[in-house]
Design a protein around this ligand. Sequence first.
Ligand SMILES: Cc1cc2nc3c(=O)[nH]c(=O)nc-3n(C[C@H](O)[C@H](O)[C@H](O)COP(=O)(O)OP(=O)(O)OC[C@H]3O[C@@H](n4cnc5c(N)ncnc54)[C@H](O)[C@@H]3O)c2cc1C
Length: 458
Amino acid sequence: MDERLCHRLEQLLGATALPREAALYQACARDESNLGSYPPDAVVVPADARELALLLEFAGAEGVPVTPRGAGTGKSGGALAVRGGIVVSTARMNRLLEIDEADLVAVVEPGLITGALCEAVQERGLFYPPDPASLLSCSLGGNVAENAGGPRAFKYGVTRHYTLALEVALIGGQRLSLGRRSTKSVTGYDLVGLMVGSEGTLGVISKITLRLIPLPMQQQLFVAMFDDAVAAGTAVTRLVTAGVRPSAMELLDAQIVEHLRQSGRWSARGQVGAILMVELDGPEEGAVERLERAAGLTESAGASEVVVATDAGRCRALWEMRRQVSVMLRDACPHKLSEDIAVPCGALPEMLRRLDRIAVDHQLEVAAYGHAGDGNLHVNILSPEPLEPASRDAVLLAIFRAAISLGGTLSGEHGIGLAKRDFLPLEQEAGQIAVQRQLKRVFDPQELLNPGKIFPDA
Ligand SMILES: Cc1cc2nc3c(=O)[nH]c(=O)nc-3n(C[C@H](O)[C@H](O)[C@H](O)COP(=O)(O)OP(=O)(O)OC[C@H]3O[C@@H](n4cnc5c(N)ncnc54)[C@H](O)[C@@H]3O)c2cc1C
């Protein structure tokens, strides 16, 4: 902690915005990326957009780096203060300002936890679909900054598709109001679209207007067992091309199922090569036929067994199991590497085949799970010891090259941040990176806002 800097900020913003607890400083030095500890010089927790703008004015005038932080659940190191300076936490800007049932919008502050919004709108018969598996702990500001997805993105889309308008503050203190409350608006450049997924490098989001939809009437869930992950991936491709549109289609490979079994979360007997969790939703009318058709197609696409979750409690338990996978793997294997590639849906079986080969070639345990309908796989390298940098880079390169060669991407939803910035040139050519660097300087000429993220060091 830089006491002198904290003292000056306290004079500007008051004591409440400058908590000094050691535990807070320790928490703000890390996130869920496992990339180490980056202690900030100061942690500022503004009460509102006015205080936030004052802070950014101060930072611009003094040339101090600022790193925005939501709930710190990010997996690509985006909230780490790699150049020191100020971490600005949105923890106190967490109000649910409005739910409008006629306009079908919610207006929130960025620090609101995603699950709290989902619950509040559900009580009014409305639905906010983006549902990162971390929804009980991540913030909506972090979701917008990362353009978060989740299991339901397959049918309903990602955070970008629900973000109508934003208020942001720039380094220097300028405040911008971007976008409209109407679902359609094509006036001027799409600056909301630019902010979504910009990983806190262009501006700090202080208010978000989100689109809502009516709550689907009926949800059903079944679990399909397969001999191996490639067979499950092939079934996903077949279901999608047959026009089945589940609200979620999650794949867990054999290693993941084995870890679930060992941790007591999966109790079905018998060897399982992979499972697919398929959730359907829609009107009550036709629900039985919808379920029968999807389950039948899954069986004819190669499932060895299909088990329907018959009651709401069982559905909740299965989703809880799915949401725990990341944490379970981290507990079992603290040195794991966790990746987040995505490929076009048709390439999913081939990507899974290549992952098998990569595991053999590099003699490592590679476990994959994820949002299979979107071709989005969380690939985990489960090494009992930390990998040597050369081995780590070699296996990551192999995974990224496989995804990119199949038309896919380095990151489906976790962002580039610190974790993957050095791999960016694998996917994007120099000209595209240069244009993005120029855009960054339009918003942040001194390069003070979340420096060291997305782009490799020059
Ligand atoms: C168990 C687990 C499961 C997960 N599952 C998913 C999943 O299914 N789908 C998915 O997409 N992600 C998932 N994630 C990743 C993570 O939860 C998301 O990236 C989430 O959007 C991060 O939100 P946060 O509030 O924790 O942001 P943080 O980690 O605090 O920050 C993330 C980035 O957003 C920026 N940021 C935060 N707030 C603001 C703001 N107000 N203005 C500007 N920039 C800001 C930060 O600078 C940083 O670059 C998971 C993480 C965990 C730990």
